[in-house]
Design a protein around this ligand. Structure first.
Ligand SMILES: O=C(O)c1ccccc1NCC(=O)[C@H](O)[C@H](O)COP(=O)(O)O
Length: 263
């Protein structure tokens, strides 16, 4: 069983428990459900955008504890001031130490920036939850979803006025998963089966294979300004980065310094 299989098995249990507590009908009346979407696409298409999707991540299966000493408010407001194009907030508790409260706090502190709910989406219910929590963008991971599920979940995202980031690792996942409901395509450089990769070869290899009308982002294992420049040259407009920032005592300062080196 891979770590992704374990996360998904756990997630199915978690979602069933959540559904039993709060109905979809109730979710539609909660929190930020009526908020209009802050578009990731618009943010990334702005020629002045840094393209950095800055992630708040306390721990991960590949690295264990990354940072337990910072608050979501201080980090995310710092990311926005430094020039992030979007925030990514982990809401998975068991494997990443995140929570619903994290995304609510990030939204309250940063009303206008797009926010990605970073979680393992397997059920429509989680998309309604994400909307109520103030998220704008939903991640759909091709490695654990069939093409039919990506289509169905993508339609719910669109119907709720949000945007879908499709995550792929290789051409096979890309070819079987693209559909009309995908707004942004992300190539994850991290091999979720063995965590072996610490480079962006997957993004470089797939760059030409992603249809030119799709906005492309590169995810994970990015730390150097030269890497971002290289990815930009092959057409990537967005760069999802967590650990590089979060492993430092002042994540927003680390983002600020990176941005200064890519402009
Ligand atoms: O980060 C992990 O260890 C991980 C393990 C299993 C599934 C997903 C995982 N990460 C989720 C992510 O997509 C990353 O947090 C994100 O792309 C940022 O990556 P990084 O900059 O390398 O922290």
């Amino acid at each position: 069983m891979t770590i992704l299989d374990k996360i998904i098995e756990n997630k199915a249990r978690e979602v069933a428990e959540r559904k039993a507590l709060v109905s979809i009908e109730e979710l539609t009346k909660k929190g930020y459900f009526a908020k209009t979407t802050n578009s990731l696409k618009t943010s990334l298409l702005n020629p002045a955008s840094t393209g950095i999707i800055a992630e708040f991540k306390r721990k991960s299966p590949s690295k264990g504890i990354i940072n337990a000493d910072v608050t979501v408010e201080e980090v995310t407001t710092g990311y926005v001031q430094a020039g992030a194009a979007c925030l990514s907030v982990l809401t998975d508790m068991d494997f990443f130490g995140g929570s619903d409260e994290d995304i609510l706090a990030a939204r309250k502190a940063n009303p206008t920036i797009p926010i990605l709910r970073k979680d393992f989406i397997i059920d429509e219910y989680q998309i309604f939850e994400a909307k109520a929590l103030g998220a704008d963008v939903i991640l759909l991971i091709a490695a654990n979803l069939t093409p039919t599920r990506i289509y169905e979940l993508g339609k719910v995202v669109k119907d709720l006025g949000m945007e879908t980031l499709l995550e792929v690792h290789d051409q096979e996942e890309l070819d079987r998963s693209l559909c009309e409901y995908i707004d942004v395509v992300g190539v994850n450089n991290r091999n979720l089966k063995n965590f072996a990769e610490q480079n962006v070869n997957a993004s470089l290899e797939l760059a030409e294979k992603i249809p030119s009308h799709c906005i492309k982002i590169s995810e994970s294992c990015i730390s150097q300004p030269e890497t971002i420049k290289q990815l930009r040259e092959v057409g990537y407009r967005g760069f999802l980065i967590g650990e590089t920032f979060m492993k430092t005592p002042a994540p927003a300062e680390t983002l600020k310094s990176l941005i200064a080196q890519i402009q």
